[in-house]
Ligand binder design. Sequence first.
Ligand SMILES: Nc1ncnc2c1ncn2[C@@H]1O[C@H](COP(=O)(O)OP(=O)(O)OP(=O)(O)O)[C@@H](O)[C@H]1O
Length: 600
Amino acid sequence: MPFNHLQEDETIKESLNLAIIKRLAGYLRPYRPQVALTLLLMGLVIGAELLNPYFLKLAIDQYIVKQDLAGLMLLASGMIGIKLAAVYCSRQRIRIMAGVTNRILLTIRQQLYAHIQKLPFSFFDNRPVGKILARIIGDVNSLSDLFSNSVTNLIPDLVTLAAVTLIMFAMNFRLALASLACLPLLFLFMCSIEVISHQRWRIHRKKVSTCNAFTHENFSGIRVVQSFTAEPETSRTYNRLIHENRRAFVRAVRLNDCFWPSVELSWGVGTMAVAWYGVHLLNTGTITVGLLVAFVGYISMFWQPVMNISNFYNTLVSNISGAERIFDILDIDPAIKDRPDARTLPPVRGEVVFEQVDFVYEADQNVLTQVNLRVQPGETIALVGPTGAGKTSIVNLICRFYEARNGRVLIDGRDVKQLTLESLRGQIGMVLQDTFLFSGSVKENIRYGRLDASDEEVIAAARAVHAHEFISQLEHGYDTDVNERGSRLSFGQRQQIAFARALLADPRILILDEATAGIDTHTERLVQQGIAKLLKGRTSFVIAHRLSTIQNADRILVIDRGRIVESGTHAELLQERGLYYQLFMAQFKFLQEEPAEAAG
Ligand SMILES: Nc1ncnc2c1ncn2[C@@H]1O[C@H](COP(=O)(O)OP(=O)(O)OP(=O)(O)O)[C@@H](O)[C@H]1O
């Protein structure tokens, strides 16, 4: 389980940074022309900068010493012109790379989103939504600096470094050696702290993710939090998490802060060495004043890119864990996907068959055992049984949200594993107890069932399930906004919209999982008429705890501990005096007792 419970930090497989960097660099491939242009512009800027110390040498040795003012002015004008051109080129390359970076981040976000949408239910079973959000938003953002700095700074800095080194060694070999004396030490230091730093940034990212997950879940469940007055407890947990996050950040940053001072120290020591040794060479007449001044100029041109590279390295170390986390998700193989030879399911009649189906969620716990079932097209099947018996699991297998471990699930004689998911799920409609409405209008939510449905069709569907009455009374009728998750509506109203949505989709196979559980008896009567319309001519699976709602089903299957233990009509099962009879009598008695108790 790579990343799981809410307050637990995720575990991520260790991966080779080089492979991740290569993979990231792959995203630059489609932008070769832009990258090439950026490099060209950078080349011009570097060229212009490299000329500066040389111009200084010329100014001193050729014009100042000879007191040639006209020549000096000409040189100065040339230098200003070159500088202006360099500034323009710099601005252009920043603009181009910012565009490229933005498009790459967009691509990664799209890839992540599309990929996560394809992942099976089992992926979401183990992962809090907040942790998924953290990856799509936070981790992708963290790559921004990496991309924009890599081309605009890293490559030019490396080129500058190589060019300056060459020039310095060409100008004076011994001075060059003196100025770079500290470099090997610096390199060793950087390498040694990288390992620890990377580890610390990883921990920080996990903490951020955990905080996000916690915040997301608690605000999603704010009604429960408030009704149980759990605010102090959740605040305490949140405080603990953000303090852990802060500590992780401080630990990571503290190490980062070592990078710059160590480069500055090496720079300072190098400059001192050049000044000391340069004066000595000057005294012996080995070098000119102009050369020494130019050399000092080149030293700062050498250390500036070293500083930038170490800064980039810093960014790389702190953000590479974001890339790891992104690829970690992109590498998850959607276990439930179209097989290479998958076929499209033609419009179905609606026969559903289970052949010796065994099913597990987690390794050794059989949830369904040897389920055999044959449902004729148009038949209404009710699934009843104790809580946790396996009713929902059965219908999940029909939609192939999960796959059977053994046996086969067939629709019109075709194994669901051999079909494309789109053609399979497109012909199955589902209404769940926990109806999910999206923010938007009532009309848009009903139309979710069939996106090309006309307004008239939407209204007709609502009428059929008796939702039209209450919708018409809403402030803006069908255009009323339902708010996030439909919080503007009552539970029963949301359910009725879900029925209208399912009716509009007009699926051949329909699944109602506890769909009437939250509806009061009066509305239920209305809804039952709607449901009767909904079920007509379709193969339907109705899961219900309230047995009064399924008495008219063609067949009732009683599920107990993952097996079908009884099957028949309401009357037949009552006669059998088995589990169904017991369940029915228990509910019947309960309903009889309730008013009596209330009266007493
Ligand atoms: N995503 C899951 N991961 C692991 N186990 C699960 C998962 N979903 C359900 N289970 C387990 O599988 C068993 C069957 O669950 P299922 O939801 O099919 O029962 P059900 O009959 O529909 O129950 P209910 O009437 O309460 O909705 C239960 O023991 C449950 O704990």
